[in-house]
Design a protein. Sequence first.
Length: 347
Amino acid sequence: MALIVQKFGGTSVADPDARDHLVAKVKQARDRGDQVVLVVSAIGRRGAPYATDTLLEILRDFDPMPDPMIKDLLASSCETISACLIATLLRTHDLPAVPMTAYSAGIFAQGPYGDAVPTGVDTRSILDHLGRNWIPVITGFQALNPAHSVVTLGRGGSDTSAVAVGAALKADFVDIYTDVPGVAKADPRVIPDAATMAFLDHTSMFRLAKHGAKVLHDRSAQLAEQSGVLLRVRSTFDEGEGTLIGPKGTLDRQGAQYLIPDFIGLAFMRNPDSSRKVTAVFAEGRGERGIQVAQDVARQFQAERIPLDDRDAVSFCCAAESFPEFANSLYPRLDNAFAVAGKEAQG
């Protein structure tokens, strides 16, 4: 029997079909004999009635610069709605569940409103519900500061909530369910052929996320490394294994160490002026070859290099209109460069 924290993002709770898949994932785990704790995000994205951005836009109709305390309290209500909805849905499928907020789940943080950092979880209430065979459905993104005001953990912070809960419970795995089959070397919506990785170490995942990959909140990868939590990034909508994220030296099922790819991937960010930041991330100590290849491609698209504090990554700014072609030219050049280098080394 394992203890699993399952985190479901906004797209995984957004509509009836997605929620049916969520129920199936929970039921599969329970049928295996696992104990399950859920962490849920707000329902949907901008435009959906209970999405975070939708409610914050209503608040800005009254005040374009709302009080951060009020803003965080309103934003946190989106996850509360989601937890209540999902707990009720699970009950209709004979899966006993109870919604829990940051207050009832004992999740604490410190730092500024909108970007607080978890400091600990008082697990007594969660463990009490597990002992009664109930499924705790915990709000992601929200925590309590030392003054017991509600604070939020930054966009994507539900991932960090799940890792904090998993670390405190000493969970066997924290499963991050999303709408992609795992961590790909680039956003598949930009580069459809981008390979999905079976394994990535905590540090590489943190670096990829820090530079803009949105599949996982960067702080969650950092917290997972500090606490030794094993993460699995998986799709809500299929039965794939996803991407395992753990310490270097993690063994696969055959007892061999997982290998870290030399070319970890591309990360993308939209700049305020609508231009794009494109960052190529390489394994530590393996960036020299890739940076040279990336610079050759960037010159063809007049993409300007941006200074970074990461010596094994290289970042460029390119115009929005040239971004798709630049990204789809850069990715295969880098992937092929390291594939050829690997074959040469073997030969």
